[in-house]
Write a protein that binds this ligand. Structure first.
Ligand SMILES: Cc1ncc(COP(=O)(O)O)c(C=O)c1O
Length: 432
């Protein structure tokens, strides 16, 4: 780390100022880096340049949102044009319709859409809609599943999984949320018994929980359980949406949910979220069809459907639609996963690689994790040492204790080779 400190005096100075005005010196706890974060001055493609002129190759790509990398020319051009025409109308406009039409065309479950400004908000409004539509209050979520900080879903995310995830969470609010293990149909069936659940909320691939993929018939099983019990199946595709292909994870795995949560990639690098799905369910948001307040699910917000996020989303989806970008990007993902597996096989350090398409994660442990309890066996000390090593080689990702990374369109074979060489050096030199 002395090397890091030596080459980042400008970041150190900014951090000292930041600590005085931002709790922990950051805008989001997961962006904290030991001993202090590097401060980005500008970014292009997959290269971040910090205030001291150091250049990092980025495998975090804006929390996974920047599938085309930083500041892609086509998106920037479209956004620049829109800025001159107005950034926030507060009235209806054509771009919100255009983006919605693309989502209907591309994503199997989608007939109607409402926009939000984040994935957290989208989950919040979708949960409420599911409760309004079914008239049931119970919800089930997956242990280790991350849906943002919305109270009802902010349970069972981190070890030890059975204590409050945050101070200030009202226990009454989470009383109706059941936490069930990933890749376990029996637990889902048991939870849905008695027709008390409004919905089961699941990330088709456990994202922040270590990029754990579903076992072959898991998602189909959830679909069946939901159909049998009148429970709505909600796929939180904030990470997988447009990362697993133009039709999202639901197209990739061939299972259609009732409600889909989107965010990140669909905003083309600008703040966004959306909840979308079957017309009959979404009509519950229509104040003309449901004029009585107690029958209608509320949704709204000052910046919803803002023209900047809309045009950035439209431009991005138009680039992604024909699937060509994925062939290159998923190839990079495959190359890095295979390379990492090779390194792990040749090493005496225990490590397992997970992920799919353009996502990869490294778990310092034996055996392939199938759920978050398995992921929790990851040797966090080793993971942190790996993080410090990679940072010293100017390779950046999140999080230090559980490396989960994404490739983006601009990553090259040279970037991946560099990543693998740096990893191999770590595996060769690490001492317990
Ligand atoms: C699967 C999933 N759902 C929801 C969220 C929350 O989205 P946001 O950070 O935009 O509120 C995230 C964020 O990482 C996520 O990964």
């Amino acid at each position: 780390m002395s090397d890091y400190v030596g080459k980042t005096p400008g970041s150190k100075e900014l951090y000292e100022r930041a600590e005085k005005v931002l709790p922990a010196g950051v805008s989001y706890g997961i962006r904290d880096i030991t001993p202090y974060p590097f401060y980005v001055d500008h970014a292009k493609g997959v290269k971040l340049t910090d205030v001291d002129g150091n250049i990092y190759t980025d495998y975090w790509v804006g929390h996974g949102a920047l599938i085309l990398g930083h500041a892609p020319d086509k998106v920037m051009d479209a956004v620049s044009k829109q800025i001159g025409r107005g950034t926030h109308f507060g009235f209806s406009h054509g771009l919100e319709v255009e983006l919605a039409e693309r989502l209907v065309e591309m994503v199997p479950s989608v007939e109607m859409i409402r926009y939000t400004n984040s994935g957290t908000e989208a989950n919040m409004y979708a949960s409420r809609l599911a409760r309004a539509y079914t008239g049931r209050m119970g919800m089930a979520k997956i242990e280790g599943g991350w849906h943002g900080g919305y109270d009802s879903l902010h349970v069972g995310v981190h070890e030890p999984f059975d204590i409050p995830e945050s101070a200030g969470l009202n226990p009454k609010v989470v009383e109706d949320t059941l936490v069930i293990p990933f890749n376990n149909q029996e637990a889902a069936r048991e939870a849905a018994k008695g027709e008390k659940l409004a919905c089961i909320v699941v990330e088709p691939v456990l994202g922040a929980g270590g990029l754990i993929t579903p076992e072959p018939d898991y998602l189909e099983g959830l679909r069946e359980i939901c159909d049998e019990t009148g429970t709505l199946l909600i796929f939180d595709e904030v990470i997988t949406g447009f990362r697993l292909g133009p039709s999202c994870a639901q197209g990739f795995y061939g299972v259609t949910p009732d409600i889909t949560i989107l965010g990140k990639i669909m905003g083309g690098g600008f703040p966004i979220g959306a909840f979308c799905g079957r017309r009959e369910i979404f009509e519950r948001l229509d104040h003309r069809k449901y004029p009585k307040m107690e029958e209608r699910a509320f949704h709204g917000g000052t910046f919803t459907g803002n023209p900047i996020s809309m045009i950035a989303g439209i431009t991005t989806l138009d680039i992604l639609k024909d699937g060509k970008v994925y062939r290159k990007m998923d190839g990079m993902g495959e190359k890095v996963r295979t390379g990492l597996e090779d390194i792990a096989d040749r090493s005496s350090l225990d490590a397992t690689i997970t992920g799919v398409a353009s996502g990869f994660a490294i778990h310092f442990q034996k055996g392939t994790p199938k759920n978050i309890r398995d992921v929790a066996k990851n040797d966090k000390e080793k993971a942190r040492a790996y993080y410090a090593h990679m940072l010293s080689r100017n390779i950046a990702y999140v999080s230090p204790s559980l490396p989960h990374c994404f490739t983006a369109e601009p990553h090259t074979n040279e970037d991946i080779d560099e990543y693998l060489v740096a990893t191999e050096d770590f595996f060769k030199t690490y001492r317990e």
